[in-house]
Design a protein around this ligand. Sequence first.
Ligand SMILES: Cc1ncc(COP(=O)(O)O)c(C=O)c1O
Length: 426
Amino acid sequence: MFDPIRNNASNIAPPAHVREAESLRVTRATADEVLFRVYPWADFVPAKALGSRIWDTTGKDYVDLAGGVAVLSLGHCHPALVAALTAQAHKAWHLSNYMVNEPAMRLAKKLVDATFADRVFLCNSGTEANEGALKTARKWASTHYGDKKHRIISTTSSFHGRTWLAVSVGGSPKYTKGMGPVPEGITHIPYNDVDALKAVMDDDVACIIIEPMQGEGGMYPGTPAFLAAARELCNKHNALLIFDEIQSGVGRTGALYSYMQKGVTPDILTSAKGIGGGFPIGCFMATEAVASAMVPGTHGTTYGGNPLGAAVAETVIDIVNNKAFLDRVLVSEQRMRDGFAAINKRHNVFADVRGEGLWLGCELVAKYDNRAGEFMKAGHRHNVVFLTAGNNNILRFAPALNITDAEIDEGLARTEKAIAEVVNAA
Ligand SMILES: Cc1ncc(COP(=O)(O)O)c(C=O)c1O
């Protein structure tokens, strides 16, 4: 007979198939055999990670200056997040959208209190957040002005995720190659080009979508003039301004959201990555005037707003949305910049260092064009993890926002060894 107490008890022996799974031996080669080969996996397999450090299956340790691609806002396995997740795991994992849950409401309330937004839609990833934001913009435009007002303006080199709409709106043709035809009504203009933006605007535009700083595309901060012009043009043509803060948000640039530093407020903001600190969750938020276009039945998701993700994310927001914490991000940024300047003095590899907060890109001098991946791999040999960006010409750093000075110093010392290896081999 079914006994809910006994069947929920942690001392039940795992069923045979679970024991079998635990004993299945996998190595790095297994990935090449059984997973889709769409990622440039490192040669090592991480087994454990804590704070800004990763250990692989052989016990070798790495300083993590990549932060899971700007995701691990509080580093790996932060005790407060582990506690929030495990406490919620013992209460309720999934309830469905037929029932609201307390962590989801608390998270939304905290976001509404902290930002321009009046309403939040919780989902599972950045791509899904952008998809929902763009749908919301088109629905809002159609509701108030008719279907003709459907155009989406985006920027070249932008990255907005990997669904069909997201790659179509994103500004890298390589991500839609062989997958056309793409959805209609999307226009791309060069990032930070005010005149180009003015030239494509008309009353049929539903929205402009912009990353306040382009990450994947090359670590280019949005200029105040460009972001302000986007706001003005949206006001003039009754269009919505969407800021994709999936990478720039949740403390990454030293503010809770980077729009707060730029003096330009969007109508819709998308957030993911850092908000879950490693747990998959995303959201888009909007003013009441915009959100009210999304009436029952216009959007939904099975897992969005699930209590596990929401419990983790509300804890992340509690910790990050604190002046001392955010100020510390800027102090660490300076330490990283000083470190890069010192490395460059000795090796002459960076043409430019740019970015905001703990989100920095070191553009390689022309000699190393298209070779950022080699530096990244050398990093692995010297026990440090960082990323690339742009046209494989930028070393990208997005460490945990709470990385310590000692971890920065050690990470950069290891980065310098990796750089020296590539430079000396040339
Ligand atoms: C600016 C931006 N938008 C959207 C996305 C997509 O987010 P996700 O991978 O969670 O779907 C990313 C991911 O790198 C991003 O950097």
